[in-house]
Design a protein around this ligand. Sequence first.
Ligand code: UD1
Ligand code: CA
Length: 488
Amino acid sequence: MSARRPAAVIVLAAGEGTRMKSRRSKVLHELCGRSMLGHVLAAARELEPQRLIVVVGHRREQVIEHLAEHAPQAEPVVQERQGGTGHAVRTVLEQVGTLSGTVVVTNGDHPLLRGETLAELVRTHEREGNAATVLTTEVPDPTGYGRILRGPDGAVTAIVEHKDADEAQRAVREINVGMYAFDGELLEAALKQVTTDNAGGEEYLTDVPAILRGQGHRIGAFTAPDWVEMQGVNDRVQLAQARRLLNERIVEAHMRAGATVVDPATTWIDVDVVTEPDVVIHPNTQLHGRTRLEEGAEVGPNATLTDTVVGAGAVVSNTVADRAEIGPEASVGPFAYLRPGTRLARKAKAGTYVEMKNAVVGEGAKVPHLTYVGDAEIGQGSNIGAGSVFVNYDGVRKHRTVVGDHVRVGSDNMLVAPVRIGDGAYTAAGSVIVSDVPPGAMAVARGRQRNIEGWVERKRPGTPAAEAARRAAGRRADESDAGGDAGA
Ligand code: UD1
Ligand code: CA
């Protein structure tokens, strides 16, 4: 049974979050590629609410900007003064008007929350015809949380905040998670009766269930079996714990979908990453943003890929890549750095100590060793010799280099852009190529070699080099005396 679309989900995110000790709004701290608030909104969106409302207050400019960028359908409502969770919801209803039907309220600092759990809360609420339904769970250590009080028949009677609880109440391990489903109109009426007569001096949303019960309405609870999912984040220690838990959940989902993850403990995968079956992820690999690994791709160890596509059967080891496209069966690394705009076609290679930026490498083309390729195009089947540099920057502007198909660039070349090397051309090792090379030509751009015989014995007498040279000269003389072969 699927829940009906709630009238609204209201996310509370106006609090200060002092324990984060941050200039950044607490709910904007990130884990697994999304802000805390973003995770809560993703869960909320699964309910397909008619309105998605976010209460903002502290550092609201940051939160409003974040919403505009990442969740444009969310409506920010400003709570000028943080008068408590009840005050926050009251502020919303005063600004947006009466919400008829089911209204879900959730704290903004519970990044592990799953949409399915909220849906279960709403289903329970509507099935039982409750005025309010509280999401609860049992935790080993309930310190700080609001406790759930139940009557002799097991029905929820009230929520008492930790600060206001007596000894017996503090022993209760069933807590208020901070998520609720309400009847919108009853919620609005009850909020008018909430006082600040409590230890926090705030309007508590948690007073609403007892108020409604006092009026003879039905209060229910949905008790979530997995308390781990229900943990809130108040400081950076809890943020790290939540990140690890969320990562475990994500990595597990990829494994169940057919990815081999050699070491889940050192593999970090953001929420929006996609993997296809039979990919292999080696230890110490981080997959960020919208990275996608296609069937059978092998990544790591020690790879950090951001918004990068790895084609089917490609191998990427010890590599950092950002916004790169690695074609099927391509080979990258070990120790490669692919920067934005790098596109390797099928079976292309970016090898060891190779850096690329804004570079398109054709099918089967290879850049195997110690090379920088910037602002360039390399045609299919070409090979770039070890230690070459695509010299793209004249100190003021960047220029392009175009290397044709089946070109052989020699080792240690400088290709000074703008420059074109025609199809099938060769360049000699050690060349500095400053002008275009026609197709099929051999370009040699270096000084002709000159050997000055006897220079070391004349200019560096007495050095080990001079001694070695003299010994070599002696051997050569003996060999020619003997008339034998010089080689072994
Ligand atoms: C709240 C609950 C508590 C529950 C706990 C779960 C109340 C009174 N208590 O306590 O029963 O066990 O959450 O984590 O609700 N906020 C606003 N405006 C405000 C005050 C708070 O938007 O004026 C937001 C905060 O940004 C936060 C959420 O509401 O996202 C909860 O507020 P917080 O102060 O953290 O409440 P807790 O003390 O954790
Ligand atoms: Ca809290």
